[in-house]
Ligand binder design. Structure first.
Ligand SMILES: Cc1cc2nc3c(=O)[nH]c(=O)nc-3n(C[C@H](O)[C@H](O)[C@H](O)COP(=O)(O)OP(=O)(O)OC[C@H]3O[C@@H](n4cnc5c(N)ncnc54)[C@H](O)[C@@H]3O)c2cc1C
Length: 361
């Protein structure tokens, strides 16, 4: 769906990690509409980017769930306030694959939040839920690859579709690379790549034992090939990489031809543009009040792993608490005349109406 050049909202939440998702929910309960932005192609932040299949045991009331499951639960909980468009099937309040580059204050106290893809959102309150920073994939550090259209960093549905019947080289030796090998091997035959080559600097992987064992079995049955070495250059024709030059352990350089290159070498968080937003920082964290979670700029709040205050703990539970208090502080600041009664989701007809549930259920 194409977006107009400027979209107005009550709030913008920067970062769709667990805390950003819960922030949208808490704002929604208080009647504030929020847009959510993340540079990653999926919601969930660290839970999905760093430990999707690992168990979490300390979310209150949830004895056990994986990182991916928690992200899905939080998204489902926030869904009343992030409605799906019946035609497109998407949500026009969620903006993925976009890096927030700039926040500017307007004369009337509103903020304009701008992304690297030209999206501009104007809001009365901004919530920075940026975690350890924007997750960006680690690259191969080969300038020749810049802008090549057949180099991918994420295994989203569109990428998977483009790999069908192709020779795919997957670079990396950790969970992400091995997980991608297994995901492609598990596709139905008509959607699978023609050939998959795993490229890693050595013949040892740094992945979970089970992933390692499954990929070893695919290598043994020659369903996947392994090339050991360091990529040192790339052959690029008409904007497409056609081969990597790989220096092997025997110090011989060999060309590895390919149709698509999938770089799965992990993610690293970059504070990046956040340091330019004029917020008071302490050791790369945004300093906030522990009562309101407001930053040094009134109207900009910081919640979750990105903030710091006396006693801060980088735990999910703490981020959820911060998002709750920040939402209440923002609601009070935006509507100073309105009485700020604490309402319960169990009993409040107003909250039931906002949640779209029938009273009494
Ligand atoms: C391996 C591991 C295990 C963990 N286990 C537990 C556990 O068992 N229990 C627990 O309580 N905690 C655990 N944690 C910590 C927990 O994951 C974090 O506290 C939590 O993810 C913080 O959530 P967040 O939303 O603040 O940040 P994040 O999850 O880091 O999400 C921030 C999001 O903001 C995005 N972003 C940042 N800057 C920008 C920008 N400029 N533009 C667009 N997007 C941007 C990032 O891409 C990211 O998706 C664990 C962490 C790790 C690494």
């Amino acid at each position: 769906m194409s977006m107009p050049s400027m979209v107005d909202s009550d709030a913008v939440v920067i970062g769709a990690g667990p805390v950003g998702l819960f922030q949208v929910f808490q704002l929604g309960l208080l009647g504030l509409k929020a847009h959510l932005i993340d540079v990653l192609p999926a919601v969930g932040g660290q839970c999905v980017a760093l430990y999707p299949d690992k168990p979490i045991y300390d979310v209150p009331g949830v004895p056990l769930c994986t990182g991916r499951e928690l992200a899905q639960l939080l998204l489902a909980q926030a869904r009343p306030f992030l409605p799906l468009d019946p035609v497109s099937g998407g949500c026009d309040q969620i903006h993925l694959g976009q890096l927030v580059s700039q926040i500017e204050a307007e004369a009337d106290g509103r903020f304009v939040v701008e992304t690297d893809r030209g999206l501009r959102l104007r809001a009365r309150a901004v919530f920075v839920a940026a975690g350890a920073g924007a997750f960006v994939p680690r690259t191969l550090n080969l300038p020749a690859l810049d802008g090549a259209v057949n180099v991918h960093y994420h295994l989203d549905d569109a990428t998977v579709a483009s790999l069908s019947g192709q020779h795919v080289v997957i670079s990396g030796g950790g969970d992400e690379a091995l997980g991608a090998v297994l995901a492609l091997a598990a596709l139905p035959a008509d959607r699978r790549p023609h050939a998959v080559t795993l490229l890693h600097r050595r013949d040892q992987f740094q992945a979970e034992q089970e992933l390692d064992a499954q990929v070893r079995s695919l290598l043994a049955s020659q369903q996947v090939s392994l090339v050991v070495g360091m990529p040192t250059d790339a052959v690029v024709q008409d904007g497409r990489v056609t081969a990597l030059s790989v220096l092997g352990p025997d110090s011989v350089a060999r060309d590895v031809p390919l149709d698509h290159l999938l770089v799965r070498q992990g993610m690293s968080p970059k504070l990046g543009p956040l340091s330019q937003w004029g917020l008071s920082l302490e050791r790369k964290q945004v300093s906030v009040s522990a009562a309101t979670f407001e930053s040094s700029t009134p109207g900009i709040y910081a919640v979750g792993d990105i903030n710091t205050y006396p006693g801060k703990k980088r735990l999910l539970l703490c981020g959820f608490h911060e998002a709750t208090l920040a939402a209440h502080a923002a609601a009070a600041a935006l509507n100073p005349e309105a009485p700020q009664h604490l309402l319960y989701t169990t009993t409040s007809p107003l909250l039931h109406q906002r949640l779209g549930v029938h009273q009494g259920h």
